[in-house]
Design a protein around this ligand. Structure first.
Ligand code: 6GU
Length: 228
């Protein structure tokens, strides 16, 4: 079973995303365990403070080494971690390939930063990987951690059923997904493509592949290898 330990000063912010739908079912099936860990519980000072002024001046606080180190040491005394990931806008960009790789982990830590970030020495000495979810800035790492965890958990064997299968997801085969339709077949003149009503499975599979390819060429040409 995959265990994901998320270190944050805002565990409440992360409760809801894991209490619904597919992520909730994955946990109740015992396929993943998500633990939310309050970083302030590891601050050995009266005010449970986890940040301080930046050396060299400038606006914004920096998360201090000690609470993070105490927390990591506590977690690492109980199990071995495959990855200790810091969510940061200057990290490696998350894509489906990285999600696939991370879904093979047994134990991972997601460290959420706040303010101006964390003391660089934590990143240098304790973090195994730094991940960003896109080129825009969020207020903290929590929403990025939820995105990463969601994309990983849905890939775990047994999480998705036939109906929600990851096989035909966008990006899983380097393309975006083809268009989908449901009833009615004709909505005031807006028609579903005939081939989908034909019952010819081979033709439908071929049509979907062509549509996916055409959409990818049009919308996300960068996903295709040369010649495709
Ligand atoms: Cl991982 N953190 C923050 N604060 N902003 C982000 C991000 C992460 N990824 C994209 N923007």
């Amino acid at each position: 079973m995959l265990q994901i330990d998320i270190i944050t000063v805002l565990p409440e912010l992360l409760e809801s995303p894991f209490q619904h739908s597919i992520l909730k079912r994955a946990q109740s099936k015992g396929l993943v365990q998500v633990n939310l860990i309050q970083l302030r519980d590891y601050a050995n000072n009266k005010h449970r403070s986890v940040d301080d002024y930046a050396y060299g001046g400038g606006a914004g606080m920096v998360m201090t080494i000690e609470p993070i180190l105490n927390c990591l040491n506590d977690l690492k005394s109980k199990r071995q971690y495959d990855e200790i990931i810091y969510l940061s806008p200057d990290g490696e960009l998350l894509d489906q390939q990285l999600s696939n790789k991370l879904s093979l982990c047994q134990n991972m830590i997601l460290l959420c930063g706040h303010y101006k970030g964390i003391d660089e020495r934590i990143r240098e000495h304790l973090i195994t990987r730094e991940v960003s979810i896109g080129d825009y800035v969020l207020s903290g790492g929590e929403l990025a951690a939820a995105v990463l965890a969601d994309s990983v958990i849905r890939l775990l064997p047994g999480v998705l059923t036939d109906e929600t299968s990851a096989l035909y997801d966008s990006f899983q085969d380097g393309m975006v997904a083809p268009p989908v339709y449901t009833r009615p077949a004709d909505f005031n003149g807006w028609k579903v493509p005939d081939v989908l009503l034909s019952g010819n499975e081979r033709q439908i599979t071929e049509w979907r592949h062509e549509q996916a390819l055409e959409r990818t060429r049009k919308r996300r040409p960068g996903l295709l290898k040369e010649g495709e």
